[in-house]
Design a protein around this ligand. Structure first.
Ligand code: PMP
Length: 428
């Protein structure tokens, strides 16, 4: 079957033909490629077309597709250990590695997705503080847990729905919304709900309204307010963890959260997640404490092996991060120059190897309101042009593009050259 035939057939059996909404390319007018194979910086569809991949499975494939060490770890482990639902040495190895290399992570609980990690961290924060309300920021996405589907970014933003059907009022009544990079909006909530707020959850480098980094003063202001009012600070590093730096965004800012959530890179591309942080908080989890959270597949041996192989490879090759930074800088500079030549107003936000080109007339994009000024139709045209020329970028303005360690300077130059060709067409 060719790509289109597979998509049409898939639509009969899976809503929209996909298992996660952004994959349906709702924002653009062409059909998704059906990906069959990935190697290094490239993916290949069912028709044999090759794309340089800047989606990287939405972040996880920092080592590129089918890295030999990850494949070996998966193969070796699966010969003897697929699932037990029992403690394994593999999960100890990954937990010990993460706790010993990440500042402020004393203990961890493994789960199976980013959503599970964030919703469990919220439950733990509520159990620990005995408070119900949480603060999240407009444009930040923390997964599809009911309590987060208010002013969420990413797919929810792309679809233009305020939250989601099927979420009872009651589930979101304890979710307070603040504005990213606006400390006054956080202060105001604390003044109104001073001793009711269990936690603030934030993407310290947001990737789900496109890339928007928190200002350092803003983030330290958030830390101070949490301390003042006895609320916990949760960094959602599902995307930024092991991506913007090995030790995540928290290391870039030098700010310690009380709890932190991971997924994506930490599982080497397999379904995974984890949340961790201060020992006194983590010890409130069952079986030690009263907060119940469980998972049949949690700590799955193959996932743990892939995660351990990925994280140790990254940790033993920290120069990968300078390579990623230099590729990211090369791309950013090239696109900036090309856009200026074309007289195309754009804002480019980048932290290391995650970046977004915002098609907006504004001078900067610092929050959800700014991001919403973007011309999504222009983004769609840009996407389609890149895609037709063998470059796979996210099909939505409100996502990050990712670079892997397998991308080369030539790949980046081809991206810039292809972007420049937009100037030849009736792009605007
Ligand atoms: N938090 C952040 C910051 C994310 O980017 C995502 C997914 N893009 C999630 C949570 C949810 O993770 P998952 O899709 O694995 O449930």
């Amino acid at each position: 079957m060719n790509n289109l035939e597979i998509i049409k057939e898939s639509q009969k059996y899976m809503p929209g033909g996909v298992n996660s909404p952004v994959r349906a390319f709702k924002d653009v007018t062409i059909n998704p490629a059906v990906i069959k194979r990935g190697q290094g910086a490239y993916v290949f569809d069912e028709e044999g077309n090759q794309y340089t991949d800047y989606v990287c499975a939405w972040g996880p494939m920092i080592l590129g597709h089918c890295d030999e060490d990850i494949v070996a770890a998966i193969k070796d482990t699966s010969e003897n250990a697929i699932a037990f639902g029992a403690p394994t040495y593999l999960e100890l190895k990954l937990a010990e590695h993460m706790c010993s290399t990440l500042d402020g992570v004393d203990m961890l609980r493994m789960v199976n997705s980013g959503t599970e990690a964030t919703m469990s961290a919220i439950k733990l924060a509520r159990g620990y503080t005995g408070r119900d309300r949480i603060i999240k920021f407009a444009g930040c996405y923390h997964g599809h847990f009911d309590g987060f589907l208010v002013s969420a970014g990413s797919g929810v933003m792309t679809e233009g729905i305020p939250g989601s059907a099927g979420v009872p009022e009651l589930s979101i009544k304890n979710t307070l919304i603040a504005s990213y990079n606006d400390i006054e909006s956080v202060k105001l909530l604390f003044e109104n709900y001073s001793d009711e707020i269990a936690a603030i959850i934030i993407e310290p480098v947001a990737g789900n309204m496109g890339v928007v980094a928190a200002d350092k003063e803003f983030l330290s202001g958030v830390r101070d307010l949490c301390d003042k009012y006895g609320s916990l600070l949760i960094f959602d590093e599902v995307m930024s963890g092991f991506r913007v730096a090995y030790k995540g965004a928290m290391s870039l800012y030098g700010i310690k959260p009380d709890l932190v959530t991971f997924a994506k890179i930490m599982g080497g591309g397999l379904p995974c997640g984890a949340y961790g942080g201060r020992r006194d908080i983590m010890e409130k989890l069952s079986p030690l404490g009263p907060v119940y959270q469980a998972g049949t597949m949690s700590g799955n041996p193959i996932v743990m092996a892939a995660g351990y192989a990925t994280l140790t490879k990254l940790y033993n090759n920290l120069d990968y991060y300078s390579h990623l930074e230099s590729l990211g800088a090369r791309l950013e500079t090239g696109i900036r120059e090309a856009a200026a030549e074309m007289g195309l107003p754009v804002v480019i936000n980048r932290v290391g190897a995650m970046m977004t080109i915002f098609f907006t007339e504004l001078n900067e994009v610092k929050n959800y309101e700014d991001a919403k000024t973007c011309d999504t139709k222009l983004y769609a045209k840009y996407f389609e042009h890149m895609f037709k020329n063998g470059i796979n970028i996210p099909p939505s303005q409100f996502e990050a593009l990712f670079i892997s360690v397998k991308h080369t300077g030539e790949d980046i130059d081809y991206f810039i050259k292809t972007f420049k060709k937009l100037g030849d067409s009736s792009f605007r």
